[in-house]
Design a protein around this ligand. Structure first.
Ligand SMILES: *Cc1c(COP(=O)(O)O)cnc(C)c1O
Ligand code: SF4
Length: 341
């Protein structure tokens, strides 16, 4: 039996953000005007929100919304989810598939770019739509395999003894049901050369109730070493509910890491990055990567240039112990790994 510590929710009745995770997922705010109204943004923000929403839909679960300060258009969490006019502005170099993933998909739902590990698109959906997302134009529908398509993907994994790690990605893999995930993990476990199961997810951050007993049953029970790479960009995202979810994961033997994206107006200063690392560690999570923005069309307003990014990280190194330093990286299509800056 997993017991949860009481979860103080800010500025919101507990029932509004509580309940089964799937109810919270389907109840996420999906209307740009509603988002603006709920967060007390002036009507001047509405048209931009509508425009951006037309390009990439709004999606914000209540539990995440509750951590946003109403009436503050510059709130670092709001910036990540509020569509803006700027998204419609074409910017040279900003394209729809910046990582050229379409070229590395030998099987549906499988991306094999790096040695020893493959990325599996376990769910096309996300619990939150992050405006800077490099997959905002990804053809999800074409890459959400059915069970028979999974058989082909699994065949590929079985046939390549060099693959030691399966990375569940998406979308957000934890948007899939525990039944589906347990099915998939059972099949991965049966491949003898697989050692590790990695999950790249933002769901425990935006809907901490996702980390429930059904999830812990398959994740805590697998013979594969389980690693979860969370995606948190700002300390304000880590409330008590997130800390409790991380505790449940660690108690189930899961290694917790975090990747962030360096985002203009969200976390582009030393104090914010230092506070993020400190807060992650309070939650039992180690910083892993700090990504520079992938040049995806619609996200240029989040850019921090390389020189500034390097300077920030150099300054951060003077503030933090080494184990709280994320590695600043860029993903360059065609390279055999992430590229440190
Ligand atoms: C980022 C990524 C990985 C994981 O890379 P690590 O450096 O091991 O975290 C694996 N496959 C693909 C396609 C990726 O983009
Ligand atoms: S959770 Fe990840 S994949 Fe989903 S929209 Fe956000 S950044 Fe993109």
């Amino acid at each position: 039996m997993i017991t949860r510590s009481p979860v103080p929710l800010q500025r919101q009745a507990p029932e509004a953000a509580g309940g089964h995770w799937q109810t919270q997922l389907s109840g996420a705010v999906r209307d740009p005007r509603e988002l603006c109204r709920r967060l007390e943004l002036a009507p001047a923000w509405w048209p931009g929100a509508e425009t951006g929403h037309g390009l990439f839909a709004v999606r914000v679960p209540e539990a995440y919304l509750a951590r946003i300060r109403p009436g503050d258009p510059h709130d670092p969490l709001l910036r990540q989810v509020l569509p803006l006019d700027a998204e419609a502005r074409p910017t040279p170099g900003y394209v729809t598939d910046p990582l050229e993933e379409a070229e590395h998909t030998p099987k549906r739902g499988l991306i094999h770019k790096y040695a020893g590990r493959v990325l599996l698109i376990a769910s096309p959906a996300c619990a939150v739509n992050c405006r800077y997302c490099f997959r905002r134009h990804f053809p999800y529908e074409e890459n959400a395999p059915s069970r028979s398509q999974w058989d082909e993907t699994l065949e590929y994994l079985r046939g390549d003894g060099s693959i030691r790690e399966a990375i569940l990605s998406g979308g957000d893999p934890l948007a899939a049901s525990d039944r589906q995930l347990a099915w998939l993990v059972a099949r991965l476990e049966a491949i003898p050369h697989l050692k590790r199961l990695r999950i790249h997810t933002r769901l425990p951050v935006v809907i901490p109730d996702r980390i429930d007993e059904a999830l812990l049953a398959w994740l805590g029970g697998t013979r594969l070493q389980a690693v979860m790479v969370l995606h948190i960009n700002h300390a304000q995202e880590i409330d008590e509910a997130v800390i409790a979810a991380c505790r449940r994961l660690r108690e189930a033997g899961v290694t917790l890491l975090n990747q962030s994206v360096l985002l203009r107006g969200v976390n582009d200063d030393i104090d914010t990055l230092a506070a993020l690392s400190e807060r992650l560690f309070e939650a039992g999570v180690l910083p892993y990567y700090l990504h520079v923005l992938d040049p995806v069309a619609g996200a240029a307003h989040f850019e921090v240039d390389d020189d500034e990014a390097r300077a920030l990280v150099a300054a951060l190194r003077r503030e933090l112990p080494g184990f709280l330093m994320p590695t600043l990286v860029r993903e360059i299509p065609g390279e055999a790994s992430k590229t440190p800056l």
